[in-house]
Design a protein around this ligand. Sequence first.
Ligand code: OGA
Ligand code: MN
Length: 304
Amino acid sequence: MGRHRQDRRHQIGMMENFMNTLDLKPLQPFAAQATGIDLREPLTPTQLKAIEDAMDQHAVLVFRNQALTQSQQIAFAKSLGPLDMGLRKLKGGAHRLEFAELADISNVKVDGEVADRQHAKIVGNVANQLWHSDSSFQKPRAKYSMLSAVTVPDFGGETEFADLRLAWDALPKWRQLQVQDLRAIHYALHSRFLLGDTQYTEEQRNAIPPAVWPLVQTDPRTGRKILFVGIHACEIEGMTVAEGRMLILDLMEHATQREFVYQHHWQEGDLVMWDNTATIHRGRWFDFAERRELRRATTEEVPV
Ligand code: OGA
Ligand code: MN
């Protein structure tokens, strides 16, 4: 091969490399906007590692203009771990999407029309507006959620994220000492009951037994401490229900102060990925008469 050809090859190689490398622009106070990787394509081990490392650091990554097909979204999620089904195994029923593993985060019915406010599906939309960590009510719980925006409303419908590591770091010492050995009980239907959604059979109520998680955890990947709270936590072991709930509410209020929150304004084609073991999130108000359609793929946490 001639010298010139070789140089050219080298240049193209460098460019490809450059084009397939994760670039991060920090977003306040902890997330990052990620560019440089095309999520529609199978990712190399190097790219996957770059994403995991970025998640360790930022806990939320925002990819713009990555309108994935459903199978591309599934493939991307599967490359990061086994998939989680969340509450869908309890509800069953008709599913609008091509894969049972994709959560239909929308106010759209199976027939493609926007659901009216009385429709059972809307309760799920409202429940998502309470601060939570996906699937914290089960073991294994969710690790990464990857949410892709298909249709966004003209106004509202943002998603907010709070960093539970910042929350731990900012707790006053007395509180850290008070909570460091406590364990919370997380129950799948607690948030539904709070919203008056109580039409569940005994069998459904018992289908997902509560999961117990330490309130304070150490991330095995980063060594950082995490204040693991969220709306699925309904009791603290060894405390009265009242005192336990009050503590959970206090800790959630602390964790979701504005200075620990990143608010994402959706554009169609955005994919936002978050670490459920290090953050909690919630949707914000939008007019349920407007169409809002997102799809979520979620991985399970794999114990290390
Ligand atoms: C979710 C979720 C919030 C939103 O997809 O897990 O909680 O803003 N979404 O739709
Ligand atoms: Mn969620």
